[in-house]
Design a protein around this ligand. Structure first.
Ligand SMILES: [Zn+2]
Length: 321
């Protein structure tokens, strides 16, 4: 029988740009990582399957035996059936990931949604540790939320809960790729911020970090930054009134800007809530690794292994407040 110290789980985060895989040991540490482009192959499903096989072989070469694998993707993910119903960026439609990868690897497979998995990680060992009711919004290429209620990430009636990126924040505003206008992610995702900045005459090719650095001196950067934080504050007010979360956790590139970002978001949220106090708004503890840590937690649960409190906690937990 495999001893715990010789055991691992495999964790895979499939994104629109890259597929990230990790061998995660018994203590939640990443023993080994692999990153491949998701669009290198004509067939993105094949790219995911071959990365999973490589990851298993790498684990065995390290002398650890995988107990299960967790794979998370964006889009509409049916976690019960292990099927990705639809993921536009990945060109996935009705992909039975659990069956495919289970066949390839002969391991238990957990399939999950990337933002909900990130919420799982933050609840076990991150900025929402120990909380049963909270929201996590990674502000990346787009925006999807993990909505955790009574300790469970909510997936909704059609596995598409949490798509708050398409919440209207400026009715009749700028067009969104979804076909609507004035959506949150047009203004407050890292991708949307960069697109607006370029379109309004900002320095071409600037990412959200460069825009944050320019806020103090560049009026275009200032304007798009203010729109982003105001839009997000408005959306968080709606979510707070609907769900009454104990905490809101923000991740992604914009959250890396610290007080420049969090102060106006908190102000906008407070201003939009006339009769109640806003919940604390904190930065994600796991950052870009959150979904992968969540995939590892899901894999352990799939294998029937315990997930102790603070399992996989990052070395550097950001200050609370
Ligand atoms: Zn939209």
């Amino acid at each position: 029988m495999t001893q715990p110290e010789d055991r691992c789980v495999l964790a895979v985060d499939v994104g629109g740009t890259t597929i990230k895989g990790a061998v995660v040991d018994e203590d939640g540490r990443f023993r080994h990582s692999l990153v491949v482009p998701s669009q290198a192959d004509d067939d993105p499903v094949k790219a995911v399957r071959s990365l999973c096989l490589r990851l298993r072989d790498d684990a065995l070469a390290l002398g650890v035996t995988p107990a299960a694998i967790g794979v998370v993707t964006p889009g509409i993910v049916d976690e019960v059936d292990g099927v990705v119903r639809y993921a536009a960026n990945l060109r996935f439609r009705d992909v039975p990931l659990r069956a495919l990868i289970g066949n390839d690897l002969g391991l238990p497979v957990a399939v999950g949604h990337d933002a909900r998995a990130a919420g799982v990680a933050e609840a076990v060992a991150g900025a929402a540790r120990g909380l049963d009711n909270f929201l996590l919004l990674p502000l990346g290429t787009g925006i999807a939320a993990a909505v955790v209620v009574h300790g469970m990430p909510v997936s909704g009636a059609t596995a598409s809960a949490g798509e708050v990126g398409h919440m209207p924040v400026y009715p009749g505003g700028e067009p969104c790729s979804c076909g609507q206008r004035g959506c949150l992610e047009v203004y407050a995702s890292a991708g949307g911020l960069a697109r607006r900045y370029a379109r309004l005459g900002g320095t071409p090719g600037s990412d959200s970090r460069a825009i944050a650095d320019a806020v103090a001196t560049d009026p275009v950067a200032r304007a798009v930054w203010d729109d982003a934080t105001q839009a997000l504050g408005t959306a968080l007010a709606t979510l707070t009134l609907t769900l009454d979360p104990a905490r809101i956790v923000l991740g992604g590139g914009l959250a890396d800007a610290g007080a420049l970002f969090f102060d106006p978001v908190r102000d906008a949220l407070r201003a939009a809530l006339a009769w109640r106090n806003p919940p604390p708004v904190l930065r994600s503890a796991f950052g870009a690794q959150a979904a992968q840590v969540g995939a590892a937690v899901m894999a352990r649960r799939e294998a029937g292994l315990p997930v102790p409190d603070a399992w996989g906690a990052p070395e550097l937990v950001p200050p609370v407040g």
